[in-house]
Design a protein around this ligand. Sequence first.
Ligand SMILES: [Zn+2]
Length: 276
Amino acid sequence: MDKLLFGTGGIPVRTEPRTYEKAFNDLLEMKLGCMELEFVHGVSMNAKTQSLVKQIREEKDLVLTAHAPYYINLNSAEEDKIEASVKRILDTARVTHACGGYSITFHAAFYMKQDKKQVYNQVKAKMIEIVETLKAENVQIWVRPELTGKASQWGDLDELIRISNEVEMVLPVIDFAHLHARTGGQWNTYDEFARVFERMGNEIGVHSLENFHAHIAGIEYTAKGERKHLELEESDLQYKDLMKAFKDFNVKGVIICESPNLEDDAMLMLKTYEAL
Ligand SMILES: [Zn+2]
């Protein structure tokens, strides 16, 4: 990626009619450069729509990412649920690739009260299987477990850095709202944001900072982690310091805004970033 793009998690709120074509037009008018396809309730997009999305994406030069279904647990106690989870990730990757997409993300697993090391090995085994299948199908896309918002969910910063080093085609999605919420309010200062970028650059490599995929939103949280997304100005997230850290570390890639007012907060972050 040659710069940092800002966009929305799903079709912008203001878009009417709710088509991809209109959404992409609206994004360009707002100077937003990317959008995440929300397959959170299932991967359903027919082949005709996929090729249309691919064509318009190319014309507009927008970057597309996708969020896989929520119903994923690569560490389920039931084998059929694990296989269904693998299929949901594969289908998300296949459809997003057919749309000319860049990166997909998902909440990989729950710890299920098990030992973290054991869960890591289980997730890693399934990630290798997923990546091998995609490679065999020539589906080239970043496959990214998301930094999750609750302590019961697999996917903290250490685990994501490690799996990015151990499995090809894998990099993290850093959800800064989740990082802040799952630690009960930490990771909300310039130095802490800088630490994320330092660790990724040092421990994964500079390619992880040049192909970044972030989620950002305001967030309400308890000691157990995230409760709900908020607009940035209603939340305690220090997004101005975060934008400064993105700038200082010369991070390139996509920032997907997941605040309830999607495009307004995406534009707020873009303006903040550009003014630095
Ligand atoms: Zn997510």
